[in-house]
Design a protein around this ligand. Structure first.
Ligand SMILES: [Zn+2]
Length: 181
């Protein structure tokens, strides 16, 4: 009886803790790489665009035409930035989204370079340059996040599901161990 009670209370504690643990993992800020690490990790074009506010030539990037389902992450720090659900074909030659995954993941700065008045978009975690946001996008936001492919790393939908399954396996292992006592 005693061990049964113990098992019950441990389960109770774990049931409360598990969502908290999963939530913390998913919302945990990604580590910010140093400039030196980025020099090694990124191609010269990716470095120039993300760290020196460059722009890739239109229609040359990896993702402007991509219709695969998944999440676009920051090439520098891995922060989730845009979902394929918000991607649309703007015809501009750059990947375009009408909204970010969350406004918290994006930092906006006014940019008056090249004789234009624009709003620059950065990764809010590592401040990598991503592109610009314009007010000529489609509904529901009317915004067009015009992003360089070189600032992004795409993760397909299936890979995300695998991560979720893994976190449920932790619960299964825990229960098995307790019951064998
Ligand atoms: Zn980043």
């Amino acid at each position: 009886m005693k061990s049964c009670k113990q098992l019950f209370s441990l389960r109770g504690v774990f049931t409360i803790l598990l969502p908290v643990m999963v939530f913390n993992i998913s919302s945990m800020a990604q580590e910010i790489p140093t400039k030196g690490e980025l020099k090694k990790k990124l191609t010269p074009l990716q470095y120039k665009i993300t760290q020196e506010k460059g722009t890739e030539p239109a229609f040359t990037g990896k993702y402007h035409n991509s219709k695969e389902e998944g999440v676009y992450k920051c090439i520098c720090c891995g922060n989730s930035l845009f979902s394929s659900n918000a991607k649309f074909d703007s015809g501009s030659g750059w990947p375009s989204f009408y909204e970010p995954v969350s406004e918290d993941e994006i930092h906006e700065e006014s940019d008056s370079s090249h004789g234009m008045s624009r709003v620059e978009v950065q990764c809010n975690n590592c401040k990598a340059h991503l592109g610009h946001v314009f007010e000529d996008g489609p509904e529901p936001t009317g915004l067009r996040y015009c992003i360089n492919s070189a600032s992004l790393s795409f993760e397909k939908e299936e890979e995300n599901l695998e991560i979720e399954e893994d976190s449920f396996e932790i619960e299964d292992d825990f229960d098995t161990e307790e019951e064998s006592d």
